[in-house]
Design a binder for this molecule. Sequence first.
Ligand code: GUN
Ligand code: ZN
Length: 434
Amino acid sequence: MTTETLLLGQTLKFIGNPFELTPREAVHHERKGAVLLSGGKIAAVGSADTLRKSNPCAKIKEYGSGLIMAGFVDAHVHYPQTGIISSWGKRLIDWLNSYTFPEEMRFADLDYAKSVARLYLDLTARHGVTTMASYCTTHPESVNAFFTEAQSRGQRVIAGKTCMDRNAPNGLRDTAQSAYDDSKDLIQTWHGIDRLSYAITPRFSPTSTPDQLAALGHLWAEYPDCLMQTHLSEQTDEIDWVRTLFPKARDYLDTYEKFGLLGGNGLYGHAIHLEARERARLKEVGAGLVHCPTSNMFIGSGLFDMKGLMADGQRVGLASDTGGGSSFSMLRTMAATYEVGQLRHAPLHASQLLWLATAGSAQALHMQDKIGTLSSGFEADIVVIDLASTPEIAQRANRAETLWEAVFPTIMMGDDRAIAATWINGALQEPVIY
Ligand code: GUN
Ligand code: ZN
């Protein structure tokens, strides 16, 4: 018999998109709400009174005024960069060469890869992140380590072997053929098993030859239901480099498009300095764009045009981009999203920030029917947020007259102390103390 669990607290459920509707129309909020979990799924969301009466045998978890919502979905991370997060003073290409590539080299060792995968998933669970799309390294071992660890936790994750056959050191380079073969083997081993999905992962066009991009384009055509994740137009110096490497390309996106790497199941990280043709093509195919604000400020890349891209009707998700990003926290990521919006004179509402970190990212990953919304039938990935987790936040939240005034101080000032509980696949995650 499956045991049922009833979580009691305030519930926040998106019933629409706050970029298209007012917060009142887009959100259902219950002050004394409840969420019934059964067999890894959300069985019901409703008022505490009603669900208590109809489920007298359910195990009760009382969260008081804690805010129960869908777990955070981080749409672009590099789990192998956990150990080099917050490395000082470089721009993108120097940062990759100085910090990232030497660390990624270590993931040829399966035991090392397993230890970092475990650490990364422990740390992110402490931040209420329940699903992420991760780049691994060139080594298939790094993918096996990540999927094995996620599978043991019943966690929904997306990951792929990062492919690079040029402009990277020996020991991190594969070839066009080995990238194709290894990625295909990994798809056949992992894709669609339990809650695991494979993403075909050319790192970015500067580190792939045209032959490798073409090989991965062919692979995607063979497995079109896989996501394809890569980087696009992150930094102006990077874009200049792409121009010299692909002199015939119309623009950066064309270096993917030419080789069959543009599509609705494509996820394009950063997408800051887009040209009009690129925006139009991304919209036309329904691609996912991923905003990585802490990374964009940390590496000095630029300011994502959230307002314009949303107005275009693009599919946008939110991400930490660990470890180019400077935090594992989706609260911090939402705060940075707000700050970037302010710098562009287009501040986002708290409901829009929370939507991006849950349903929006789920939509970018094409998983909006499974995760990212607190609704019956969805998978039981849940975060409970303490809206008064520090004296600083509490004194501000205490003055709040609306839900949004109560939530916003936690978005701006909250950290792992605000995460009262994380549930993955219907199981409470015990915080690991390091
Ligand atoms: N572009 C290519 N690789 C990377 C990476 O690892 N991080 C970031 N931020 N940008 C990249
Ligand atoms: Zn990245």
